[in-house]
Design a protein around this ligand. Structure first.
Ligand code: NCD
Ligand code: ZN
Length: 347
């Protein structure tokens, strides 16, 4: 008999769907598998104020397939000048679910991110007061810091001091990439939670760089060692409530991925929940998938889990190599495109 597993509908606690034609091409993949998603605000220009988030949410809802019950959860892009009153108003009106910190120049569309950490303290204090989570791209962008150590140094320089200065501030370290970060999050839970992507669970830097440069595996934080990957799999499949699903699916037009300076980000939403299922099955931990995908995230955010369910079944299919995008963007290549995907959503 085909192996299958029924779980509450998962949520994606870290997602990029962009705007315009790319939004229309990418959002339906997420809406098919997930009940809700935390929508990243790193558009050009970024989503910084309530009215922009409301307008973006309308464009998201308009891009959904008819009858979809998917709910986008919007975030506010933190800058040195973010006004605590704007953040609080957006949270109280149910527009902003969280604030997203990008250190300036850490990743795609982060040039307007935070460059002076002293300036954001009033915003963090307000968020602590009102119970609003801070989502962090946790990397220290200092030319003196090796790119493979950015996450560890961010934890030391920024995160540990914030947990002390703002003990009531709910924090999420996004797209965990190292064993050091796994160990840290465990020690700082439940104040700190963390998302883990399907590709940080599946790839190591030898896959990325060892047999020809694979620009499609380039993302921030960069893929690390096999030891780090194993620690991430152990964390995700442990059942520990501080670890939860966040795909970081981040589509780019082909030309930007293959440019002289290539864009960071992997487009994985067409195979995301299926790829997580494979990781959990290989680890003998399918019974832990529901906690990671559907329960731990809502608990950290103080939201109820979804009522609907999905069923995943071990029955292979072939992932599309690319997704067509209208207009000048043309197409986005899919993570694991062309590969046989072991699991599928059967209902
Ligand atoms: C993301 C993107 O393309 O927006 N890229 C990435 O490498 N993960 C941004 C981010 O989450 O860092
Ligand atoms: Zn991201």
């Amino acid at each position: 008999m085909t192996e299958c597993i029924k779980i509450r509908k998962p949520d994606d606690w870290h997602l990029h769907v962009r705007d315009g034609a790319m939004l229309k091409a990418s959002l339906p993949f997420t809406a098919r598998s997930f009940g809700r998603a935390i929508i990243m605000p790193n558009l050009v220009p970024p989503v910084r104020v309530v009215k922009d988030a409301e307008a973006y949410r309308e464009r998201l809802l308009a891009a959904l397939p008819a009858g979809s019950t998917f709910k986008p959860l919007m975030t506010c892009y933190l800058t040195d000048d973010t006004d605590p009153d704007e953040v609080e108003a957006g949270f109280r009106h149910g527009v902003f679910t969280a604030v997203k910190l990008y250190p300036a120049n850490a990743t795609t569309n982060s040039a307007a991110g935070v460059s002076d950490y002293n300036k954001i303290r009033p915003v963090l204090a307000r968020m602590e007061k009102i119970g609003m989570p801070l989502l962090m791209h946790g990397e220290e962008v200092d030319p003196e810091v090796d790119v493979f150590d950015r996450e560890e140094v961010f934890i030391e320089r920024r995160l540990i001091p914030w947990t002390r200065e703002f003990p009531g501030l709910k924090l999420v370290l996004e797209h965990l990439s190292s064993k050091v970060a796994v160990d840290y999050v465990r020690s700082a839970a439940p104040q700190v939670g963390a998302t883990i992507t399907p590709y940080h669970l599946a790839l190591n830097r030898t896959d990325w760089l060892g047999f020809g440069l694979r620009p499609y595996m380039y993302c921030m934080p960069v893929i690390k060692t096999e030891r780090d990957r194993r620690a991430l799999v152990e964390a995700a499949t442990s059942g520990d409530a501080c670890f939860f699903l966040g795909t970081d699916s981040a589509p780019h037009p082909v030309a930007k991925k293959l440019n002289v300076i290539g864009a960071a980000g992997l487009f994985n939403s067409p195979v995301a929940i299926e790829s997580y299922a494979k990781i959990f099955a290989d680890a003998g931990a399918l019974d832990k998938l529901e906690g990671f995908a559907s329960l731990n995230g809502p608990r950290h955010y103080g939201l109820p889990p979804n009522d609907e369910t999905i069923t995943l079944e071990a029955s292979p299919w072939t992932a599309p190599e690319e997704v067509r995008v209208d207009g000048p963007e043309e197409r986005a290549l899919v993570y694991r495109g062309g590969e046989s995907i072991e699991w599928r959503i059967s209902s």
